[in-house]
Design a protein around this ligand. Structure first.
Ligand code: 13P
Ligand code: SF4
Length: 351
């Protein structure tokens, strides 16, 4: 046996030994060798819902840090959430920190009363402390699978939204809802007032944090032009973390779970070019051999932190549970958990 097949065998036997004690959650961007062992696979929304439902004492989150934090917030104190590789972070989540968001809120207070007229909305790709900030300030969490509903809820409560950390998800969702450019501003945390005038802040309905996903920003509108030229009739699907210019070239924009559903429900023979992470696109290609699937970009757009979780890390996580010596547990401090849970539950209660 090669060392690789040995590890796979070990994971198999540890999984069957531990049985219902462990639930393995796997995001769609995980590499195949890890994804194959997930008990539940899904996008951020579905995995958060599963974490909230499970009573398994151990949850291994094959994803990135903010997802494991979310699972810890939504599970009980007697449940442990493990992130197999602690270095699996998200560069987008790192683009907004506590200090910057608190400063933004203070600066907004110089112009308007944010606690009265701004709903803070954080994309789930953010730290637990920012979810707590939203909980404390009447705000909410969203994912790429429910962003529209969350924006509707938020505008139903207060006239403005501060959306962080992903500019593109906020912008693409608002555009699809018919919000004009004139009602959106970008907040650059490096500049005073985010680089805006007081008048622009007063007028804005949507304040978009200047953050992005380093993977999805690699897709360009010219990739769509080339695809359409070379493959007439092809359908272009894009994740809303892609830029507005890319989403405008797409036939369908949706979260990973929505993209999968879209491909699975399409008639046989439909061909697709997809603008999202490589592991998901490769899996779709194998899963639907009767529907040719292309990667939209000629470059490799892969999430290197999602890729960090390999079978060795998964095996080590399972071994630590069997031996009663857990490592890599993610624990959100109690005070943060309380407020973060509120903003997550506001989201989950919307269905
Ligand atoms: P979804 O899982 O919500 O589609 O988001 C993709 C992503 O970038 C996860 O980090
Ligand atoms: Fe973060 Fe982008 Fe990776 Fe998702 S794909 S985890 S947003 S860096």
């Amino acid at each position: 046996d090669t060392p690789e097949t040995d590890i796979i065998e070990q994971i198999r036997s540890l999984k069957s030994e531990l049985g219902d004690k462990v639930l393995i959650l796997g995001h769609h961007y995980q590499r195949e060798e890890v994804f194959a062992f997930a008990d539940v696979t899904g996008d951020s929304l579905k995995l958060a819902q599963k974490a909230a439902e499970t009573s398994a004492p151990y949850i291994i989150f094959c994803g990135v840090h903010f997802m494991a934090e979310t699972a810890d917030i939504l599970t009980g104190d007697d449940q442990a959430v493990i992130l197999p590789d602690l270095a699996a972070g998200c560069s987008m989540a790192d683009m907004a920190d506590d200090e910057q968001v608190n400063r933004c809120w203070r600066e907004l207070s110089e112009v308007i009363n944010p606690d009265e007229c701004v709903t803070p909305v954080t994309y789930i790709n953010s730290t637990a402390s920012l979810k707590a900030f939203c909980g404390e300030h009447g705000g909410i969490v969203c994912t790429s699978g429910n962003a529209r509903r969350i924006l509707e809820w938020s505008w139903g409560n207060r006239e403005k939204i501060l959306f962080f950390p992903d500019q593109h998800l906020g912008e693409n969702t608002a555009l699809a809802m018919g919000i004009p450019d004139a009602e959106m501003i970008i907040w650059d945390p490096a500049l005073p007032l985010g680089g805006n005038t007081p008048e622009a802040i007063e007028k804005a309905k949507l304040i978009l944090w200047k953050g992005f996903c380093s993977v999805h920003q690699l897709f360009k509108p010219e990739h769509s032009d080339t695809m359409r030229k070379n493959h007439p009739g092809i359908e272009i699907l894009a994740h809303p973390e892609c830029s507005r210019e890319v989403c405008e070239t797409a036939d369908f924009v949706g979260s990973t779970e929505m993209i999968i559903r879209h491909v699975s429900e399409a008639p046989s023979g439909t061909s697709f070019a997809i603008a999202t992470e490589l592991n998901l696109v490769n899996r779709l290609r194998l899963q639907f051999p009767d529907k040719p699937v292309w990667f939209l970009s000629p470059m490799v757009c892969m999430c290197s932190t999602m890729f960090r979780t390999d079978p060795q890390h998964l095996c080590a996580a399972l071994t630590s549970i069997r031996d009663g010596d857990i490592t890599h547990q993610i624990t959100v401090p109690a005070q943060q958990k309380r407020w973060a849970k509120l903003s997550l539950e506001r989201m989950l209660n919307l269905g």
